[in-house]
Design a protein around this ligand. Structure first.
Ligand code: APR
Ligand code: ZN
Ligand code: ZN
Length: 368
């Protein structure tokens, strides 16, 4: 039996259950004993109804652990391997994977929508009924079963907390800058929203060679962190109009590349507007399903030769990008320890959501 944090309904605190039965892995699956799990904004988005959840569901999708058992046919990892969990398992064979767009993998997509693993069913039960698993993972559990293609091997000496963060916020944020966007050395980049993901966009932009990085947030603690991660200009959106400020800082041209990393209609509009003619606006934050974009098609987009690009999971190829990020971390070029504001226990997950709502912290990380 395992302990897990279970969402039972919208706006309900997660229930800590210790009666969770976790099956053995089936063919193509692995059992992972969790080492650590980050608490990401998308977990909160499930709780508050921004994203749809098939309840009861074990939340958590940003995790790392040790493989305990493998199902039939699994050769990519073995018991004892340390792995980062990719909540977008990438099959390598579908239409998208064949075009190096594994972040859009058809198998992963089906699993995401089902609340189960690749076949749509789940391996956890509690109180006599099945539990869904968020994003084919469910990392708010001492033990979980995931598709083997969602397990990415990492070195044994990598801190589990750091490995966990790579699985979502780091891949997404750095990937937005290094994969989704085209940042040229010397570029001016604007980042709207400096939370766990936005800070990684900032360091990705720095690695890509951006000279000016304008960080925009409403929270001074986040802006201070943004500076630590490489921002060269700080804009408090609660005090200053961020679009006017970016224009002022760029001879009224706008940023070469801008990122929205919150998921609000208003900040998405600001991000597109603060992007220069010929530039790129990259949308990373996950908005509510009912948020619509209305743009002046001619003056806002066509005449401006402006690109607006959606970014899902940092356009990552997890088997290539995870080792690359571990390498950058080991060389001291990627700050990961600094993202961890608090180390908590599974029982404290609801308080981690409260802390996230205040905007005061980058990441709370559960250790098991
Ligand atoms: N203007 C500027 N900054 C804002 C505004 C606003 N109107 N509203 C919120 N913010 C800031 C918050 O202060 C916080 O620092 O946006 C940041 C959001 O950070 P987190 O809550 O830590 O969220 P994060 O985990 O980084 O995720 C951001 O990316 O992957 C998606 O689902 C995720 O949509 C979410 C987004
Ligand atoms: Zn996440
Ligand atoms: Zn695929």
């Amino acid at each position: 039996m395992a302990k897990a944090a279970v969402m039972t309904g919208i706006d309900q605190p997660l229930e800590i259950r210790d009666d969770v039965e976790v099956e053995s892995p089936r063919a193509g699956e692995v059992k992972v004993r969790m080492g650590a799990s980050g608490v990401c904004h998308s977990d909160l988005s499930m709780v508050n109804g921004t994203m749809m959840a098939a309840t009861p569901i074990v939340l958590g999708h940003e995790g790392a652990g040790v493989v305990e058992e493998v199902g039939e046919g699994v050769t990519s990892v073995k018991p004892g391997d340390h792995v980062v969990i990719s909540w977008v398992p990438q099959c390598g064979e579908c239409f998208f994977c064949q075009r190096d767009q594994g972040y859009l993998c058809e198998q992963a997509n089906a699993a995401l929508a089902s609340g189960g693993l690749l076949d749509g069913t789940t391996r956890m039960t509690s109180k006599g009924g099945p539990l869904s698993q968020m994003a084919a993972s469910g990392t708010f559990s001492e033990v979980t079963i995931i598709p083997a293609i969602g397990a990415v091997k990492v070195p044994d000496d990598l801190d589990m907390k750091v490995a966990a963060l790579i699985g979502c916020g780091v891949l997404t944020g750095t990937g937005a800058a290094l994969n989704t966007a085209t940042i040229r050395p010397g570029d001016t980049v604007a980042v709207v929203g400096c939370g766990g993901v936005g800070l990684n966009v900032i360091q990705g932009a720095r690695i890509a060679g951006a000279t000016e990085i304008i960080a925009i947030d409403m929270n001074e603690t986040k802006l201070a962190l943004a500076k630590e991660f490489g921002a060269t200009q700080l804009v408090n959106a609660g005090e200053t109009n961020p679009v006017s400020r970016v224009m002022e800082l760029t001879q009224q041209r706008g940023a070469d590349v801008s990122f929205e990393v919150i998921g609000l209609g208003e900040t998405i509009e600001q991000t597109i507007t603060m992007t220069r003619r010929g530039g790129e606006a990259i949308l990373v934050g996950v908005p509510r399903m009912d948020v619509m974009l209305t743009l002046p098609a001619f003056f806002g987009v066509v005449l401006q030769g402006k690109s607006i690009k959606g970014c899902w999971y940092g356009s990552s190829n997890v088997q290539k990008d995870v080792p690359k990020l571990v390498d950058l971390y080991k060389k001291g070029e990627l700050k990961l320890d600094e993202l961890i504001s608090r180390e908590i226990k599974l029982e404290d997950v609801n308080e981690a959501f409260d802390a996230m709502k205040t905007g005061e912290i980058a990441r709370s990380v559960i250790t098991y």
